[in-house]
Structures are given as C-alpha cells and as structure tokens.
Design a protein around this ligand. Structure first.
Ligand code: PMP
Length: 443
C-alpha cells in the first residue's frame, strides 16, 4: 500500500471509531482557533479525553490508552495520584486563594532549594514562559547589558525575547557555526532579533568563539538542555557552563522539563552550576506553574523589603496555594528509587524501539534524558537542531495513529514523550511491540 493510502486508511479507521471526539473538536474550533490547544493539533482531529487514572487515559469514545505523553511531561506521578489529589483536597478546605501567603509556598521553595544545589532563592510564577521572561529580565538588569544568547532549536516559551530560532527553516538559518536569528512567529517586536545571539548546539568551539566575541553586550546565555528534544552531550553542557563562567556572562539553565533525571535536576546530572534556573511543569503537580531561582546576589534584587532596587516581579496567581500543595505532594514522591524506576524503564523502552527499527530496516533513533524520550526517523547522526530538522517527520503521523489504535498515547509527533511513576514493564514491552507493528504496517 502506498504511504498516502495507508495514512488515509488509518485516518478513516480513527474517525470511524471516535465520533464523539470529532464532534467535540468541531464545536471547539468554532470558538477557539484550532481548538483548545492549537499547537497540539493533529489530523484528522485530536482526541477529547474523558478521564485519567494512573498511567491510563480514557477518551470520550471509551477507548483506553497507556499514557506515554503525561500532559507534556508534567504528570510524572501519572493521573490522579492519591498524594496529589489529597493535598489539593486538604488545601481546598482552607480556601482557594486568599491574597496572602498560606504557608505551603515556603515548603515547596525549601524543598526545591534543598534538592537543587545552585538554588539559594526561588520565586514562583504561573508558567515556564513567565519564568524565562523574568529570569532574562533579571539578568539584563543585573548586568546592564542588552543581548541574550540562546541555542538554535532551544525552546523557552512564548515571549518575544526567546521565540527566536526555535525551529528555523534551514535555508534561512545561516551558517551552522554562526546561525542567524530567525523569528519563530509573526508579530514580534522588530528589535527582538537584534538583541539575540544564536549559538549552535553540540559545537563547543563555536559557542566559545561567539560568546567571547559578544561578551561585552551579553546579559545571559539561556540553555535548554535538549536541542528540540534531543539530549546533549555532558561534555558539551559542561563546556557551555565553563564558557559562561569564564566570560562572566550569567548562565540561565532552563529546567522547565526538569526533575526527570534525578533529585538534583539536570544540573546535578551534568555537574554544572548555573547562575539562574527556570522551572515549570512537575513542580506544580499538573497545575499551572513556573519558577525561577538561583544565586542570592541576583535573586535578592527582587527583594522589595530592602528598599527600592528598581526590580519587581509579581502576579495575581504566583505561588497559588493549590499549586504549591500539588507541587509539594509531587516532589515528595520523587525519591531516588522513583527516578531509578522511571529511568530504567525508559532505557528499556528506547533499546526496544531501536531493536524494532533495526529488525524492520528503518532508520531511526529513540533517545532519552531520564524519563523523557523522543523517537526520530532518520538515517543520519543526531547531534543538534539541524540534524533533527532533517529527520523524516511525515513518518510520525501514521505511526502515532497506529499506536492509538493499539492503545498507546504519545505526543503526536513522537517527540517529547515521558513515562510516569505507575508505568510498569508490561506497559513498556507492550509499547515496544505495538511500535514494531505500527512501523511495520507503514512499509
Ligand atoms: N522551556 C522549556 C524547555 C519548555 O519545554 C517549555 C514548555 N514545554 C517552556 C519553557 C515553556 O513553558 P510553558 O509552556 O509552561 O510556558
């Protein structure tokens, strides 16, 4: 069967079996452009879910899936974990939000500072986007320098300072060793790209050269530890940290997809000490959250009790008591043994997926950082954004739909998936087998 006919057939079966999701999507898009989550659209239409429990999801048409996406990696304990639902219920008895501290924000802040060595102070906000916005502003104010450096293919949320060269077209991206800054979307402040220096992943020599050439004007280097969703080499990560330190340019490590490798974050795993770190996802236990923190010297500029510093950061819902309760309950379950369990299963999964690809003679890779994993179809080496951009992306859609048919829910492009704590060997082995069938059916 040709590729197109195979995709048509599988999309047809998907639609036939999921009429209620189709009706929901039809209604959604009348009032929300592209539905509730435009960025997560996939053809023929995305699922509407009815409920989740542990590592399972059920859609409104009654299909059950093993969840390997886990709300964009944030549901590390799976769905409706007792510790989290009880913490939220207990907090709810005291009120939803009272316009004052309720005492549980400090528990989460202390827990984060005790886990992550570089954190002396932390500030909560409502999303990863807000976290990078405020961390960058702090670095700019602290250094008095205008420019920021980010990596080609790195993602830091959706504000003007960072939505640049996230996924640039290769014919616009310039030389690999000195990439051009390419706006990701229309409508950004025109000067945003003038204040951006783009660095290449996986090329420590070019990073050192570019940073040293621009050090006088650089307020910070912001580093997403995954190019797109491809984990970087430890030596590369350490070299970026050394370059930042040597050049006296503050390093912001973006750990928004953090607490996925071990208790001390990605920075402990790679042995690096950033000046500031941004957080999101897991620290809110599935509720909206962001945080940034780091060296007291920088963070205390936000301390209004010391008199005017010229700095300010606030938000109506920052440090929301329900979020703090859910986040603390989540972190308390993330013991070293919990990380070992998820990391080992993810290794087993990636090994199994690569075995299937080899058996079928299909070029591809399954890569992971702790319990976050991505699947790519390519015959080439994967090192940086440009090698990712050359992957065969068309192949993901029929495989994603075929996995749904077999009861496995992944992210629709097969990038940035994640395990949750309730996942067991049988779920992983089931996905490996289903993946072999799904890819085999496309040949
Ligand atoms: N930084 C990174 C590394 C991310 O992966 C994301 C979101 N996936 C963000 C920032 C933005 O976070 P949010 O979606 O909460 O704004």
């Amino acid at each position: 069967m040709s590729e197109t006919r195979h995709l048509d057939a599988i999309s047809g079966r998907y639609s036939e079996a999921r009429p209620l999701s189709q009706a929901h999507f039809g209604r959604d898009r009348q009032v929300m452009p592209g539905g509730v989550k435009g960025a997560y659209y996939h053809a023929p239409y995305p699922l509407t879910m009815a409920r989740g429990e542990g590592c399972y999801l059920w859609d409104v048409d009654g299909h059950r899936y093993v969840d390997f996406a886990n709300h964009h990696t944030s549901q590390v304990l799976g769905h409706n974990h007792e510790a989290v639902t009880e913490a939220i219920a207990t907090q709810l008895q005291r009120g939803i939000a009272l316009g004052a501290a309720m005492g549980n924000e400090v528990e989460l802040a202390e827990e984060m500072c005790s886990r992550v060595k570089s954190l002396e102070r932390v500030r909560f906000c409502n999303s990863g986007t807000e976290a990078t916005l405020h961390a960058i502003r702090l670095a700019r104010g602290f250094t008095g320098r205008p420019k920021i450096a980010k990596f080609e293919g790195g993602y830091h949320g959706s504000h003007d300072a960072v939505e640049i060269s996230v996924a640039p077209a290769l014919d616009k991206a310039g030389p690999a060793e000195a990439p051009h800054a390419v706006p990701q979307v229309r409508g950004m402040a025109p000067h945003a790209i003038d204040e951006m220096l783009i660095l290449p992943y996986d090329d420590e020599a070019s990073v050192a050269r570019l940073v040293s050439a621009h050090r006088e004007e650089l307020a910070c280097i912001i580093l997403d530890p995954k190019a797109g969703v491809l984990p970087q080499r430890a030596e590369f990560m350490r070299s970026v940290a050394e370059t930042a330190h040597r050049s006296e340019v503050p390093l912001i490590l973006d750990e928004i997809v953090g607490f996925r490798v071990g208790t001390g974050g990605i920075q402990e795993h790679f042995g690096i000490t950033p000046d500031l770190t941004t957080f999101g996802k897991i620290i809110g236990g599935g509720l909206p959250v962001g945080a940034f923190g780091g060296r007291a010297e920088l963070m205390d500029l936000l301390d209004g009790t010391r008199g005017p510093t010229g700095f300010f950061q606030s938000g109506t819902y920052s440090g929301h008591p329900l979020v703090m309760a859910a986040g603390m309950a989540t972190l308390s379950q993330l013991t070293p043994a919990a990380f070992d369990h998820m990391n080992e299963l993810t290794q087993r999964l990636c090994d199994g997926i690569e075995r299937q690809l080899q058996r079928l003679g299909v070029g591809g890779k399954a890569v992971h950082n702790g319990s976050v994993f991505s699947i790519y179809f390519t015959d080439g080496e994967l090192t940086d954004y440009r090698s990712l951009a050359r992957c065969d992306k068309k192949r993901a859609q029929p495989v994603f739909l075929a996995l749904l048919e077999r009861g496995y829910f992944l992210s629709h492009n097969l990038g940035m998936n994640a395990l949750s704590l309730p996942t067991q060997v049988e779920h992983v082995d089931g996905l490996i087998e289903a993946f072999g069938e799904a890819v085999g059916a496309t040949l």
